[in-house]
Design a protein around this ligand. Structure first.
Ligand SMILES: [Zn+2]
Ligand SMILES: [Zn+2]
Length: 355
């Protein structure tokens, strides 16, 4: 089978490798679509990152097949699998946890001290024709949900968790900084929760257009003072919450200055180093600064429900590319030329599904 494997910084190779077989408790999936994420961009362009050290939980090391946002069809199941059967259309919750650390035993396994993720720090990944995953990570897609939507469940779960952390009440207001896939997901999740007054800040015109098409008021941070504009729009009050999806220090600063008194600023972006915040602004407005990481139990299920109800629309922000163009896709995501790139792994028509 073909897979996109990371050998080191800026060294991703599309190459043949043996098809994996499912062991006990594992499910083999024929991948249909796999998203390229900001995490993949960081792993590809920056070194050393998570993929470059053997992972303590899984032992994974380079070369690592990338792709942690994917959906496909189950083609085989190992012994003892009762959660999936061949022919099921599924997406995968890629995180792997130790189950024994204080965070896992406290019910916060998504914050596991040894957290690993399929396609980042665990063997196998979705940028391949086949992948084998533990049965517990598989979520069946309901009829009516496409495999394309299935590949978006993971990034939308990141966004929904961030919005749930923000805790904005219906009828409230919010700022979303960055209109990549998680920013778009935050917009959809806010609207799904009855928050229609959403301002999206994004320098890329095409990404701004995508957010605007889906009901956001948009701001170009290169053209306006974001905090001043947000305060003007809210009659001097500020927004109830800001969801920071850009990962840039000046953007986090704009979030803090745009928040209403006792507002919440949720950081879900990846930061490439330490970031300074103006603590006086936080203190004087009694702001809450919150992190949001991955997705606690139950978030995947809620995303799938929202998708089935049409609350995470897919029009106007997806681009599809073949596996051979994966490196170009990484550049496009880094350079904000596209909102979301899905790599397609179309099944060859003669391929039988083993039952
Ligand atoms: Zn991701
Ligand atoms: Zn743990």
């Amino acid at each position: 089978m073909l897979a996109a494997r990371l050998y080191g910084a800026k060294d991703l190779r599309i190459e043949e490798m043996p098809e994996p077989d499912p062991g006990p408790g594992e499910v083999k999936i024929r991948v249909a679509h796999a998203g390229i994420c900001g995490t993949d961009v960081h792993e590809y362009f920056e070194t050393p990152r998570a993929t470059h050290e053997p992972n303590p939980l899984t032992g994974a090391t380079l070369p690592q097949t990338l792709g942690h946002e994917f959906a496909g069809t189950v083609v085989a199941c190992g012994e003892g699998v009762d959660r999936a059967t061949p022919g099921d259309r599924v997406c995968v919750r890629p995180i792997r946890t130790c189950g024994v650390c204080p965070r896992c035993t406290a019910g916060l396994s998504h914050l596991c001290a040894a957290l690993a993720a399929i396609g980042v720090t665990s063997p196998g990944g979705g940028l391949a024709e086949y992948v084998v995953v533990p049965t517990g990570s598989v979520h069946r897609l309901p009829d009516g949900l496409s495999l394309e939507q299935g590949a978006l469940v993971e990034p939308m779960a990141v966004a929904l968790n961030a919005v749930e952390r923000a805790g904005v009440q219906a009828g409230g207001s919010a700022l979303v900084t960055g209109a990549g896939a998680v920013g778009m997901g935050a917009l959809f999740a806010l609207r799904a929760n009855g928050v229609d007054d959403v301002i999206v800040v994004e320098p890329s015109p095409s990404r701004r257009a995508a957010a605007e098409r889906h009901g956001a008021r948009v701001l170009d941070p290169g053209a306006v003072d974001v905090a001043a504009e947000v305060l003007r729009h809210t009659g001097g009050r500020g927004v109830d919450a800001a969801v920071e999806c850009a990962g840039r220090p000046e953007v986090l600063d704009a979030c803090i200055r745009s928040a209403a008194a006792q507002g919440r600023v949720v950081m879900v972006a990846l930061y490439s180093g330490a970031v300074t915040v103006d603590a006086s602004v936080v203190r004087l407005a009694e702001l809450s600064l919150l992190g949001a990481e991955a997705y606690p139990d139950g978030v995947f299920e809620r995303v799938i429900e929202h998708m089935a109800a049409g609350r995470f629309p897919t029009d106007g922000w997806l681009d599809h590319i073949p596996l051979a163009d994966a490196v170009a896709g990484l550049h496009d995501v880094r350079d904000a030329r596209r909102v979301k790139v899905l790599v397609d792994l179309p099944p060859t028509p003669t391929e039988p599904i083993s039952v």
